[in-house]
Design a protein around this ligand. Structure first.
Ligand SMILES: [Zn+2]
Length: 66
């Protein structure tokens, strides 16, 4: 059986555990907090957002078609 990386408790199977691979939603939140406070850096974020804006048509035109 898997162990929770936060509190080392037994982790239930994925089918019956929405917080998988953590033992509980609380531990999942703790892990997410650690991750965000640590090194939350996405070097490609700027590049992607610019490309996406240029590549995609504006939402307003889609509304007009619809
Ligand atoms: Zn846990």
């Amino acid at each position: 059986m898997a162990k929770c990386p936060i509190c080392n408790a037994d982790v239930k199977a994925k089918a019956e555990n929405k917080a998988f691979p953590f033992c509980s939603p609380r531990c999942r939140t703790v892990d997410l907090g650690n991750w965000l406070n640590g090194s939350y850096r996405v070097p490609v974020e700027e590049e992607i957002s610019t490309e996406a804006l240029l590549d995609d048509s504006p939402p307003t035109s889609r509304h007009t078609i619809n």
